[in-house]
Design a protein around this ligand. Structure first.
Ligand code: PRT
Ligand code: MG
Length: 211
């Protein structure tokens, strides 16, 4: 039996065609079903539905053999115990630094100001600003980062941007790219060795579908 960990929403939606290319279809839809374990057309493959940020943890501990997780999530998790063989090129977006319309980010950086940065992605942000030599105080948030600069909690945020509509709707603008982001296939390292006969054909089908 192989267990595949996915999260609801864009990861599930964009992984369905890749699963189809590997001859796998879930019997229920993650969006409408309340079940957390979905059976598939294959007796030896099942899908579990977990929070996006929990996918690497399930795979790390072998509760799932395979998972799909954003690079943003993997970077924060650290990637311990998981093998990342494939960029699936789905759920694409960019990790960006953003500030309020009227805030002069470049000047603050030039002046060597100490910036307050609110983000869900503390590790990623710490590394980015350290590389740039910008001094920051990081404030951990769990969502709605766009609000922080508007109410004086932070000078800047680090968040994912795809269309840019959320920033725009809140009077913010992106000032710097931290990294491009896409979802990766991850595999438990023990599963890759012990279940190779089941796992390898899946990896091959996924890479053919991506190419
Ligand atoms: O929503 P929940 O709290 O359950 O978890 P989650 O937000 O981690 O999951 P989900 O499904 O929203 O995101 C899963 C993965 O999709 C992320 O880990 C990213 O790798 C990827 N992804 C791609 C995105 C986006 N695009 C994206 N735009 N994740 C989030 N967003 C958010 C962003 O944080 C911001 O609030 O969408 C908003 C910006 O969108 P635009 O289009 O207005 O720019
Ligand atoms: Mg979300």
């Amino acid at each position: 039996m192989i267990t595949i960990a996915l999260s609801k929403g864009r990861i599930f939606d964009e992984t369905v065609p890749l699963l189809a290319a590997a001859g796998i279809a879930t019997r229920e839809d993650a969006e409408t079903s309340r079940k957390l374990i979905l059976t598939t057309n294959r007796r030896d493959v099942r899908v579990i539905i977990v929070r996006a940020t929990d996918v690497p943890t399930y795979v790390q501990y072998g509760a799932a053999d395979i998972g799909v997780a954003g690079k943003d999530v993997l970077d924060e998790h650290g990637g311990n115990g998981v093998y990342q063989p494939l960029d699936l090129k789905i759920a694409r977006c960019r990790m960006m630094v953003a500030v309020a319309e009227g805030y002069d980010y470049q000047q603050a950086v030039r002046q060597g100001a100490r910036l307050r940065v609110a983000t869900k992605y503390v590790q990623t942000a710490r590394e980015h600003f350290a590389t740039k030599g910008v001094h920051v105080d990081l404030i951990k948030l769990y969502g709605s980062m766009e609000l922080a600069p508007l109410v004086g909690l932070a000078d800047a945020i680090v968040d994912l941007v795809s269309s840019g509509n959320t920033l725009k709707a809140n009077g913010l603008r992106a000032v710097e790219e931290v990294a491009p982001v896409s979802a990766r296939l991850i595999v438990n390292q023990a599963s890759l060795k012990l279940k190779r006969a089941l796992v390898q054909p899946l990896l091959d089908a996924f890479s053919r579908a991506v190419a």
